[in-house]
Write a protein that binds this ligand. Structure first.
Ligand code: ASP
Length: 590
């Protein structure tokens, strides 16, 4: 019969010696040595050893012998000091053991599909299928506890700053955040659908119009995207919006929120967070989420090599492209042809035609394709890149997007491969002044979302040929090269919102159909407002140094959007479809 425990498994210390205690947990290890049964009991608080030797009643020793790994066991017993030779310094309860007076098996288990330990060799699919076992592994328990702490720290901080936690609906209309919607059919209104929110964006803006002033929510968002390793179809955001707030005020709240979570979970003070513009980030790092934990910044080589007649360079410059590169210090000795070819293959994935690499020799000459390209200008190239003999140089020429993407990602790839990234450091920065729009085939799309305000001084360029130059007060918070959050100052005037929709090619009818309720709200006294959202899973992933987002989510989905435990998504009965007035076009072999 289950009793009230007196202590958790991790709580017992030398101070408890002599006390009678009740502990419960899973048998994480069971050993039988010369008739003595040792059971290590585990719960989420830690482990404790139960020693069933001659000090325990025979009947209880018999029960102990029946215990197998992961049985659920309740032990009443007396805390005793371990013999000196048995003291375990690396175990929190390592000074003591429990000598049972009563052992009860509360529950058994089927044969285990894998062993419950941090360094399990079970494949991820097996672990996800038996997530209840996987979650017993100490590393995952630590992550889930860290996640809880981060959420509590966030709530405390937001409450201290006078934000209200307000829930917004899950059954709603589409919110454009750049992904496909998950749709939910309405039974009551056949042929009509709710969309699960890609974010609460429109609702939180409407809360500002409603006078709520400061809102936050730790909420679930749903995006039906082709999944990448670091995405989940449903994920958690800390969503924030505030009224009467200039950009810097919003960013200050963002920094404070990150600082509160990081302090609570990692103990680290993130300190002041620097700010750089989107253009600067692209120039120096090739990406909009720069990893500041190491150097190797990109340098513009147009001033020294822009006149080169070397075809890859001359062609790129003539087409209005860019020319830049970076230096990998002291890499000559271990950069074989295979390694350098690997770099070239790597940048091609991002659309670069190739990589102009060069090795700086002792006499300061450059060998390799870059040597050929540089010719007489070799010394100037070395000066521009601050290069020394023994360095390898990586240079790219081509269009803005692919050259930046290729070189920016190569920089991180090389830093990882050469172990140049310090562990357990967190480097934050805000990236600001994003372009409002991004060119796509046949027009423009918002870089953030269509509710982001153009900078007032660029407003007049809406709908003109300067669309690509319009900047916004949008900002991303970046940590260790990952975007952990982003937001913007919003459009709070109906006429401006109309103009932006128009500039994006959204016709009046579609505007009304999709966003009429927001436009109406903006027309009824909307305060200036702005906000942001943090990707909560990603924050916890970085704080806990987890390789995969799946390691910080209790019940995650695979990269093909399946829950292997509950086996979602799954088929539904024909009568359920009939009730929803839905016919499927999927055939058995589809
Ligand atoms: N709704 C945005 C997002 O989900 C964040 C924001 O602009 O506040 O990315």
């Amino acid at each position: 019969m289950v009793k009230e425990r007196t202590h958790t498994c991790g709580a017992l210390r030398a101070a408890h010696i002599g006390q009678t205690v009740i502990v419960q947990g899973w048998a994480s290890a069971v050993r039988d040595r010369g008739g003595v049964t040792f059971i290590v009991l585990r719960d989420r608080h830690g482990t404790v050893q139960v020693t069933c030797d001659e000090r325990a009643p025979d009947s209880e020793r018999e029960t102990a012998k029946k215990i197998r790994q992961e049985y659920v066991v309740q032990v009443t017993g007396i805390v005793a000091a371990r013999q000196d030779s048995a003291v375990k310094k690396d175990m929190e309860t390592g000074e003591i053991e429990v000598i049972p007076t009563d052992v009860e098996i509360l529950s058994g288990t089927r044969p285990l599909p894998f062993t419950i330990s941090d360094d399990t060799d079970a494949g991820e699919d097996t672990r996800l299928k038996h997530r209840y076992l996987d979650l017993r592994r100490p590393v995952l328990q630590k992550n889930i506890i860290a996640r809880h702490k981060a959420a509590q720290a966030a709530r405390r901080f937001m409450d201290d700053q006078d934000f209200l936690e307000i829930e917004t609906p899950c059954l709603t209309r589409a919110t454009p955040e750049g992904a496909r919607d998950y749709l939910v059919p309405s039974r009551v209104h056949p042929g009509q659908f709710y969309a699960l929110p890609q974010s609460p964006q429109i609702f939180k803006q409407i809360l500002m119009v409603a006078g709520m002033d400061r809102y936050f929510q730790i909420c679930r968002c749903f995006r039906d995207e082709d999944l990448r390793a670091d995405r989940q179809p449903e994920f958690t955001q800390i969503d924030v919006e505030m009224s009467f707030a200039p950009r810097d005020m919003v960013m200050r709240i963002g920094t404070g929120l990150a600082a509160a979570m990081w302090k609570k979970v990692t103990g680290v003070d993130i300190g002041d967070v620097s700010t750089m513009t989107w253009h600067e980030s692209m120039d120096r790092f090739g990406v909009d989420a720069p990893d500041l934990r190491f150097g190797m910044e990109l340098v513009d080589l147009k001033p020294v090599l822009g006149d080169s007649t070397f075809p890859p360079i001359a062609n790129a410059i003539e087409a209005g492209g860019i020319l830049k590169g970076f230096r990998v210090a002291g890499a000559v000795s271990d950069s074989s042809r295979k390694v350098l070819d690997g770099w070239t293959t790597f940048v091609r994935q991002y659309g670069m035609g190739g990589l102009l690499w060069g090795k700086v020799q002792d006499d300061r000459s450059i060998t390799g394709p870059l040597g050929k390209a540089a010719g007489e200008a070799a010394e100037a190239v070395l000066t521009a890149l601050s290069a020394e003999p023994g360095d390898v140089l990586a240079v790219g020429a081509g269009d803005y997007d692919s050259t930046n993407a290729g070189l920016g990602r190569l920089r991180v790839h090389i830093a990882n491969a050469r172990d140049l990234i310090p562990e357990n450091t967190f480097k934050f920065c805000w990236v600001v002044d994003f372009p409002l729009f991004e060119k796509i085939e046949g027009g423009w799309t918002p870089m953030h979302h269509p509710f982001t305000a153009p900078k007032p001084e660029h407003m007049e360029w809406l709908g003109t040929d300067k669309m690509g130059d319009i900047l916004s007060d949008a900002y991303d918070l970046v940590c260790n090269g990952s975007e952990i959050g982003g937001g913007s100052i919003r459009i709070h005037r109906e006429d401006v919102q109309h103009k932006v929709f128009e500039a994006l090619g959204i016709e009046e009818e579609e505007q009304q159909e999709k966003f009429g309720f927001l436009l109406d709200a903006l027309a009824h006294g909307a305060p200036p407002h702005g906000g942001f959202a943090f990707g909560f899973d990603r924050c916890v992933g970085i704080m806990t140094n987890s390789k995969s987002l799946r390691d910080v989510i209790a019940f995650p989905k695979t990269t093909s959007a399946q829950d292997l435990m509950s086996r979602a998504p799954g088929p539904v009965d024909a009568h359920e479809l009939a009730e929803l007035k839905i016919a499927s076009t999927v055939t058995a072999d589809a």
